[in-house]
Design a binder for this molecule. Structure first.
Ligand code: BTN
Length: 245
Protein backbone atom coordinates (compact mmCIF):
# COMPACT_ATOMS: atom_id res chain seq x y z
CA UNK A 1 0.00 0.00 0.00
CA UNK A 2 1.11 3.55 -0.66
CA UNK A 3 3.73 2.73 -3.31
CA UNK A 4 1.95 5.41 -5.28
CA UNK A 5 0.99 8.21 -2.97
CA UNK A 6 -0.40 11.59 -3.95
CA UNK A 7 -0.50 14.55 -1.62
CA UNK A 8 -2.66 17.56 -2.39
CA UNK A 9 -2.68 20.73 -0.32
CA UNK A 10 -6.33 21.17 -1.13
CA UNK A 11 -8.90 19.01 -2.90
CA UNK A 12 -12.68 18.83 -2.99
CA UNK A 13 -12.58 15.27 -1.70
CA UNK A 14 -9.87 12.62 -1.72
CA UNK A 15 -12.62 10.11 -2.59
CA UNK A 16 -13.24 11.87 -5.91
CA UNK A 17 -9.51 11.90 -6.69
CA UNK A 18 -9.23 8.19 -6.12
CA UNK A 19 -12.28 7.45 -8.27
CA UNK A 20 -10.58 9.38 -11.07
CA UNK A 21 -7.27 7.55 -10.60
CA UNK A 22 -9.06 4.21 -10.53
CA UNK A 23 -10.68 4.98 -13.86
CA UNK A 24 -7.23 5.83 -15.25
CA UNK A 25 -6.11 2.35 -14.25
CA UNK A 26 -3.99 3.11 -11.16
CA UNK A 27 -3.08 0.00 -9.15
CA UNK A 28 -4.26 -1.48 -5.87
CA UNK A 29 -2.76 0.41 -2.95
CA UNK A 30 -2.71 3.87 -4.52
CA UNK A 31 -3.19 6.52 -1.82
CA UNK A 32 -4.45 10.09 -1.92
CA UNK A 33 -3.87 12.39 1.02
CA UNK A 34 -5.02 15.97 1.40
CA UNK A 35 -4.08 18.85 3.67
CA UNK A 36 -7.59 20.20 3.36
CA UNK A 37 -10.85 19.11 1.72
CA UNK A 38 -13.33 21.72 0.57
CA UNK A 39 -16.12 19.19 0.06
CA UNK A 40 -15.27 16.24 2.31
CA UNK A 41 -17.90 13.52 2.04
CA UNK A 42 -19.43 11.54 4.86
CA UNK A 43 -21.82 8.61 4.73
CA UNK A 44 -25.43 9.17 3.75
CA UNK A 45 -24.50 12.29 1.77
CA UNK A 46 -23.37 14.10 4.89
CA UNK A 47 -20.51 16.57 4.87
CA UNK A 48 -17.21 15.78 6.50
CA UNK A 49 -15.40 18.69 8.16
CA UNK A 50 -11.76 18.53 7.06
CA UNK A 51 -9.85 21.48 8.47
CA UNK A 52 -6.48 22.34 6.97
CA UNK A 53 -3.63 20.32 8.46
CA UNK A 54 -5.74 19.13 11.39
CA UNK A 55 -6.52 15.60 10.43
CA UNK A 56 -5.69 12.64 8.30
CA UNK A 57 -7.86 12.95 5.20
CA UNK A 58 -7.01 9.94 3.14
CA UNK A 59 -8.50 7.63 0.52
CA UNK A 60 -7.11 4.32 -0.64
CA UNK A 61 -7.68 2.56 -3.93
CA UNK A 62 -8.19 -1.16 -3.39
CA UNK A 63 -8.65 -3.85 -5.99
CA UNK A 64 -9.36 -6.86 -3.80
CA UNK A 65 -9.68 -10.35 -5.28
CA UNK A 66 -13.05 -11.14 -3.77
CA UNK A 67 -16.77 -10.66 -4.47
CA UNK A 68 -18.74 -7.49 -3.59
CA UNK A 69 -20.45 -9.22 -0.65
CA UNK A 70 -17.17 -9.02 1.25
CA UNK A 71 -16.92 -5.24 1.11
CA UNK A 72 -18.61 -4.70 4.51
CA UNK A 73 -16.07 -7.01 6.11
CA UNK A 74 -13.26 -5.03 4.56
CA UNK A 75 -14.60 -1.85 6.13
CA UNK A 76 -14.49 -3.60 9.50
CA UNK A 77 -10.92 -4.75 8.84
CA UNK A 78 -10.01 -1.10 8.22
CA UNK A 79 -11.83 -0.05 11.39
CA UNK A 80 -9.90 -2.65 13.42
CA UNK A 81 -6.68 -1.25 11.99
CA UNK A 82 -7.60 2.29 13.02
CA UNK A 83 -8.26 1.06 16.56
CA UNK A 84 -4.77 -0.48 16.64
CA UNK A 85 -3.19 2.73 15.36
CA UNK A 86 -4.97 4.79 17.99
CA UNK A 87 -3.78 2.37 20.66
CA UNK A 88 -0.24 2.94 19.47
CA UNK A 89 -0.83 6.68 19.84
CA UNK A 90 -2.08 6.20 23.39
CA UNK A 91 -5.87 5.95 23.29
CA UNK A 92 -8.42 3.19 23.57
CA UNK A 93 -11.08 3.42 20.89
CA UNK A 94 -14.13 1.36 19.97
CA UNK A 95 -15.78 0.48 16.67
CA UNK A 96 -19.32 1.74 16.30
CA UNK A 97 -20.85 -0.54 13.68
CA UNK A 98 -20.54 -0.29 10.79
CA UNK A 99 -17.78 2.26 10.46
CA UNK A 100 -17.27 4.94 13.06
CA UNK A 101 -14.46 4.95 15.57
CA UNK A 102 -15.33 6.28 19.00
CA UNK A 103 -13.34 7.42 21.99
CA UNK A 104 -15.77 7.34 24.88
CA UNK A 105 -19.00 8.63 23.35
CA UNK A 106 -17.33 10.89 20.82
CA UNK A 107 -16.40 10.17 17.24
CA UNK A 108 -12.74 10.47 16.32
CA UNK A 109 -12.80 8.80 12.89
CA UNK A 110 -15.21 7.99 10.09
CA UNK A 111 -14.78 5.48 7.30
CA UNK A 112 -16.50 5.67 3.94
CA UNK A 113 -16.34 2.74 1.52
CA UNK A 114 -17.47 3.26 -2.05
CA UNK A 115 -17.51 0.38 -4.48
CA UNK A 116 -17.51 -0.01 -8.21
CA UNK A 117 -18.60 -3.56 -8.86
CA UNK A 118 -20.11 -5.98 -11.32
CA UNK A 119 -22.37 -8.75 -10.13
CA UNK A 120 -19.70 -11.05 -8.79
CA UNK A 121 -16.46 -9.13 -8.83
CA UNK A 122 -15.18 -5.84 -7.54
CA UNK A 123 -13.72 -3.49 -10.10
CA UNK A 124 -12.34 -1.27 -7.32
CA UNK A 125 -13.08 0.07 -3.87
CA UNK A 126 -12.38 3.52 -2.52
CA UNK A 127 -11.77 3.37 1.20
CA UNK A 128 -11.85 6.83 2.75
CA UNK A 129 -10.62 7.42 6.27
CA UNK A 130 -11.07 10.72 8.05
CA UNK A 131 -9.28 10.88 11.39
CA UNK A 132 -9.37 13.93 13.64
CA UNK A 133 -5.83 14.49 14.85
CA UNK A 134 -4.83 17.98 15.98
CA UNK A 135 -8.06 19.94 16.36
CA UNK A 136 -8.63 21.58 19.72
CA UNK A 137 -12.11 22.01 21.20
CA UNK A 138 -12.64 25.42 19.60
CA UNK A 139 -11.74 24.13 16.16
CA UNK A 140 -14.59 21.63 16.12
CA UNK A 141 -17.60 22.94 14.19
CA UNK A 142 -20.41 24.03 16.51
CA UNK A 143 -22.79 21.14 16.04
CA UNK A 144 -19.95 18.63 16.44
CA UNK A 145 -18.53 20.00 19.68
CA UNK A 146 -20.33 17.47 21.83
CA UNK A 147 -20.17 14.61 19.35
CA UNK A 148 -16.64 14.71 17.98
CA UNK A 149 -13.17 14.49 19.42
CA UNK A 150 -9.57 14.39 18.20
CA UNK A 151 -6.39 12.66 19.24
CA UNK A 152 -5.13 15.99 20.56
CA UNK A 153 -8.24 16.58 22.67
CA UNK A 154 -7.85 13.12 24.19
CA UNK A 155 -4.11 13.09 24.83
CA UNK A 156 -3.05 16.76 25.00
CA UNK A 157 -0.24 16.10 22.52
CA UNK A 158 -0.04 16.99 18.89
CA UNK A 159 0.86 14.22 16.48
CA UNK A 160 2.55 14.36 13.09
CA UNK A 161 0.00 13.31 10.49
CA UNK A 162 2.65 11.56 8.41
CA UNK A 163 3.50 9.32 11.39
CA UNK A 164 -0.12 8.28 11.63
CA UNK A 165 -0.33 7.67 7.89
CA UNK A 166 2.73 5.44 7.86
CA UNK A 167 1.58 3.52 10.92
CA UNK A 168 -1.83 3.01 9.38
CA UNK A 169 -0.58 1.92 5.96
CA UNK A 170 1.88 -0.55 7.48
CA UNK A 171 -0.67 -2.08 9.77
CA UNK A 172 -3.43 -2.14 7.20
CA UNK A 173 -1.19 -4.05 4.83
CA UNK A 174 -0.63 -6.67 7.53
CA UNK A 175 -4.32 -6.84 8.47
CA UNK A 176 -5.41 -7.05 4.85
CA UNK A 177 -3.02 -9.98 4.40
CA UNK A 178 -4.50 -11.63 7.48
CA UNK A 179 -7.99 -11.11 6.07
CA UNK A 180 -7.01 -12.67 2.71
CA UNK A 181 -5.36 -15.68 4.43
CA UNK A 182 -7.60 -16.36 7.39
CA UNK A 183 -10.87 -14.69 6.47
CA UNK A 184 -13.01 -12.66 8.81
CA UNK A 185 -12.93 -14.87 11.91
CA UNK A 186 -10.00 -13.16 13.69
CA UNK A 187 -11.70 -9.80 13.19
CA UNK A 188 -15.02 -11.12 14.46
CA UNK A 189 -13.24 -12.17 17.64
CA UNK A 190 -11.49 -8.83 18.00
CA UNK A 191 -14.87 -7.16 17.77
CA UNK A 192 -15.92 -8.64 21.10
CA UNK A 193 -13.42 -6.40 22.87
CA UNK A 194 -13.54 -3.38 20.61
CA UNK A 195 -17.21 -3.16 19.60
CA UNK A 196 -18.92 0.02 20.80
CA UNK A 197 -21.72 -0.70 23.30
CA UNK A 198 -21.44 -4.47 23.05
CA UNK A 199 -23.91 -5.92 25.56
CA UNK A 200 -25.78 -2.63 25.92
CA UNK A 201 -29.31 -1.65 24.93
CA UNK A 202 -29.77 0.74 22.02
CA UNK A 203 -32.65 1.78 19.72
CA UNK A 204 -32.75 0.44 16.21
CA UNK A 205 -34.60 2.20 13.46
CA UNK A 206 -35.50 0.03 10.48
CA UNK A 207 -38.71 0.37 8.49
CA UNK A 208 -40.97 0.44 11.53
CA UNK A 209 -40.74 2.65 14.58
CA UNK A 210 -37.54 2.39 16.61
CA UNK A 211 -37.26 -0.72 18.74
CA UNK A 212 -35.03 -1.65 21.66
CA UNK A 213 -32.22 -4.08 21.08
CA UNK A 214 -29.17 -5.38 22.87
CA UNK A 215 -25.96 -5.44 20.84
CA UNK A 216 -24.46 -8.92 20.88
CA UNK A 217 -21.91 -9.65 18.18
CA UNK A 218 -20.72 -9.24 14.64
CA UNK A 219 -21.37 -12.03 12.11
CA UNK A 220 -18.99 -13.59 9.63
CA UNK A 221 -20.50 -11.51 6.85
CA UNK A 222 -20.11 -8.24 8.74
CA UNK A 223 -23.75 -8.00 9.89
CA UNK A 224 -24.50 -6.88 13.44
CA UNK A 225 -26.55 -9.24 15.56
CA UNK A 226 -28.80 -7.81 18.25
CA UNK A 227 -31.33 -9.32 20.63
CA UNK A 228 -34.80 -7.80 20.58
CA UNK A 229 -36.99 -7.45 23.65
CA UNK A 230 -38.61 -10.84 22.95
CA UNK A 231 -35.17 -12.42 23.13
CA UNK A 232 -35.06 -13.10 19.40
CA UNK A 233 -31.82 -12.59 17.52
CA UNK A 234 -31.98 -10.17 14.61
CA UNK A 235 -29.28 -9.64 12.01
CA UNK A 236 -28.86 -6.08 10.90
CA UNK A 237 -27.29 -5.16 7.61
CA UNK A 238 -27.80 -1.52 7.01
CA UNK A 239 -30.27 -0.40 9.66
CA UNK A 240 -29.69 2.98 11.19
CA UNK A 241 -28.93 2.45 14.83
CA UNK A 242 -29.74 5.21 17.26
CA UNK A 243 -26.88 4.66 19.62
CA UNK A 244 -28.52 6.72 22.36
CA UNK A 245 -25.47 8.84 22.96
C1 BTN B 1 -18.50 9.20 7.91
O1 BTN B 1 -18.25 9.08 9.11
O2 BTN B 1 -19.62 9.57 7.54
C2 BTN B 1 -17.40 8.90 6.92
C3 BTN B 1 -16.42 10.04 6.82
C4 BTN B 1 -15.30 9.79 5.82
C5 BTN B 1 -14.39 10.98 5.67
C6 BTN B 1 -13.19 10.70 4.82
S1 BTN B 1 -11.98 11.97 4.87
C7 BTN B 1 -11.12 11.25 3.55
C8 BTN B 1 -12.16 10.76 2.59
N1 BTN B 1 -12.55 11.83 1.68
C9 BTN B 1 -13.82 12.19 1.83
O3 BTN B 1 -14.41 13.08 1.18
N2 BTN B 1 -14.40 11.44 2.80
C10 BTN B 1 -13.45 10.48 3.36
Amino acid sequence: LGKKLFYFKEVTSTQERVHALAKEGYPHGTVVLAGEQTAGKGRRKREWSSLKGKGMWMSLLLRPPFPPAKAPQLTLVAATTVVQVLREFGVTAKIKWPNDIMIGDRKVCGILTEMQAEQDWIDYLVLGIGLNVNQNETEMPGELKKKATSLYIETGVESAIEDIVSCLLNRFEVELGRFYDKGFLPFQQEWQSSGYKTGEWVDVSTWKKPWRAKVTRIEEDGALTVLDEQGQEQRLYSAEILWND
